[in-house]
Design a protein around this ligand. Sequence first.
Ligand code: LMR
Length: 309
Amino acid sequence: MARKKIALIGAGNIGGTLAHLAAQKELGDIVLFDIAEGVPQGKALDLSQCGPVEGFDASITGTNDYADIAGADVVIVTAGVPRKPGMSRDDLLGINLKVMKAVGEGLKQYAPDAFVICITNPLDAMVWALREFSGLPHNKVVGMAGVLDSARFSTFLAWEFGVSVRDVNTFVLGGHGDTMVPVVQYSTVNGIPVPDLIKMGLSTQEKIDAIVQRTRSGGGEIVGLLKTGSAFYAPAASAIAMAEAYLNDQKRILPVAAYVDGQYGVDGLYVGVPAMIGAEGIEKVIEIELDAEAKANLQVSVDAVKELL
Ligand code: LMR
């Protein structure tokens, strides 16, 4: 069987972490692209030299030429600039839109059959732009946000209940901004819904509300701590989980920024929803019954995404 090809557009902190994870998991041959001369080449060389120590066998190359992503099976886009303390993700709209134009054109020319995962912010608008500029089918272009936001929500809930993160299942809907919607109704510890755990006296509504709020501002919390950039380990891990779901036809149901056309009362917009990822890309958007509060919050979040387009 031919080896798969993974192209990573952007060789910053997330790009480097993506390359390392993809190599450790031997997902395929890795091409790290960046416009900065020497940076992708240097990171690729450094990572290649991890192989003998860590025991992975992966080809990792760095490039400044889009032609080298030709035939990629998966492309993960992190190109653009991250926000700094005091900025919102939306402040990056103008500058990163120009970057998505160049990336989209590169995809159109060299990787029209790829499954494309966008990480660049403001996420929901950037994935929309990448789809427009690349002309790829909607089911093959998706944004990484809900997996990350849900991972944050799950982490905080595991700490609150004093349980393993493995037993916590959550998802976050809506845009990847301050209006995102962590859905308490469907969040569980080993199948037990969080509202039931509150009734059992294992937490309080106030504490869960505070966790919901911390999840919403989870990216900003890390930006505030790092001061010179944004989160990269968990974003990279989240995108790799999505890439694996596609490459291995896992049919995973993951919260992602998918193209929604009719479901949840949303027409023709990229926004965070649970979706099935398999060999066809986004194979299905899953529409779940939401309580009145989550429904209203989702509408606010969808409106915030629309305002950017
Ligand atoms: C995140 O959520 O960590 C990313 O969207 C980066 C950011 O600016 O918050």
